[in-house]
Design a protein around this ligand. Structure first.
Ligand SMILES: [Zn+2]
Ligand SMILES: [Zn+2]
Length: 125
């Protein structure tokens, strides 16, 4: 069990507060709100440790740098905003998509990514 420094606490809080996948840069910016002197290298190291500890898992969207989110939140999918670029979780899954595969194929898993504009970007436009 690693020592819980103030810096790590602030980074954990950012993931818990925002409840959405964050890149190192996004986590850094969120952590800076509580701890302006925090460095990006600290955030990077802390995130790697949290992945090793199984507290965070990587989220890889096509063409995007890796984001991270809380582990163990269950099966869900992602929405990426074309306006601000942020990624959000959404509830709900259409379920068994195996019927879409060609005859005789077996589906093991699926990824669904919705693209559009988040509520904030819709309101701002
Ligand atoms: Zn947006
Ligand atoms: Zn699903």
């Amino acid at each position: 069990m690693q020592r819980m420094t103030r810096q790590r606490e602030v980074i954990r809080d950012a993931f818990e507060r925002l409840g959405q996948p964050l890149s190192v840069q996004e986590a850094f910016e969120a952590a800076q709100e509580d701890l302006p002197q925090i460095g990006v290298a600290t955030v990077y190291r802390a995130i790697n440790d949290m992945v090793d500890d199984g507290w965070l898992v990587p989220v890889d969207l096509p063409g995007e740098s890796t984001r991270y989110e809380r582990a163990g939140i269950g099966h869900h999918h992602h929405f990426q905003c074309n306006g601000c670029g942020r990624v959000f979780d959404f509830e709900g899954c259409p379920g068994d998509l195996g019927r879409l595969a060609p005859d005789g194929f077996e589906v093991d898993s699926h990824e669904i990514i919705l693209y559009g504009r988040c509520a904030r970007c819709v309101t701002d436009s």
